[in-house]
Design a protein around this ligand. Sequence first.
Ligand SMILES: NC(=O)C1=CN([C@@H]2O[C@H](COP(=O)(O)OP(=O)(O)OC[C@H]3O[C@@H](n4cnc5c(N)ncnc54)[C@H](OP(=O)(O)O)[C@@H]3O)[C@@H](O)[C@H]2O)C=CC1
Ligand SMILES: O=C(O)[C@@H]1CCC=N1
Length: 269
Amino acid sequence: MEKRIGFIGCGNIAEAIIKGLLNAGYVSKMITATNKEKTERLKYIKETYGVQVSRDKKEVVDNSDLIILAVKPKDVVDALRDIQIGDRILISVAAGITTEYLGGMFKDNVRVIRAMPNTSSMVGESVTAICRGRFASDDDLNCAYEVFSSIGEVAILDEEYFDIVTGLSGSGPAYIYYMMEALVEAGIKSGLDAGVAQELARQTIFGAAVMLKKTGEDPSRLRLNVTSPGGTTMAGIMALESRGFKEIIYNAVYEASRRSKEMRESIGA
Ligand SMILES: NC(=O)C1=CN([C@@H]2O[C@H](COP(=O)(O)OP(=O)(O)OC[C@H]3O[C@@H](n4cnc5c(N)ncnc54)[C@H](OP(=O)(O)O)[C@@H]3O)[C@@H](O)[C@H]2O)C=CC1
Ligand SMILES: O=C(O)[C@@H]1CCC=N1
């Protein structure tokens, strides 16, 4: 039976998950959402997706079998204050926040699952890492697996890896969009019309992503297929290498992971 899902927090990632779930066939009346104060935002979510919304957190919890906590790390304490999870499953997508910390906020043994999706949930193409907290069972993990597999791929991982996952696949879509921005700017700077540069860059990124997924080939092999000896691509790749492209990407993942840890520590979690 389809679970009733309640969202505490109704921002970017909640909307991406809601849209992904509905596209995957979830029934809108099984989803309820709340946020802190932005009534207009709740109105938009209700009108756009036909899901239930409420100003009352307790009502959202009462109407749900599983709760997805989608608030900023600094807001988790406030968001969970005065509510009882009972025998529901609490799934947190908050970066950096551990299952142990979340569980410790309740007197009872709350079944907590930690998840790190990304905004490609919106089009059913997330990759979501999940792990279970101390009191969650394998069935609970399977339940989360089922929910997130309807909006993309799912990886079950030890919680110790979640900061890294957050820096890689949680934040990762932004790096790709940034790459797209850079390609477009390069095209324009080199003399292309903005619309043309955008179309070329977008389809190039899309085509490369589909190639990776459909062929299952190693990216270095696909890259070599583009790279004729002594040709144009080789000249481009050498320019990237000489400016430390891989190190730049490593630093992005490292810094995002570090920030995940820092956000946890900043609330004493
Ligand atoms: N954006 C992303 O790509 C991803 C985000 N995450 C994680 O998801 C979480 C949310 O991120 P994101 O959606 O980007 O953030 P947003 O700022 O877009 O949304 C945060 C939401 O939390 C609500 N909120 C804040 N405090 C409370 C409260 N006390 N009670 C109820 N709701 C509250 C806000 O309500 P209001 O607007 O009324 O203040 C808002 O709806 C973060 O922890 C982030 O680490 C995880 C994976 C990917
Ligand atoms: O930027 C953030 O903090 C969140 C976590 C992963 C993606 N976005």
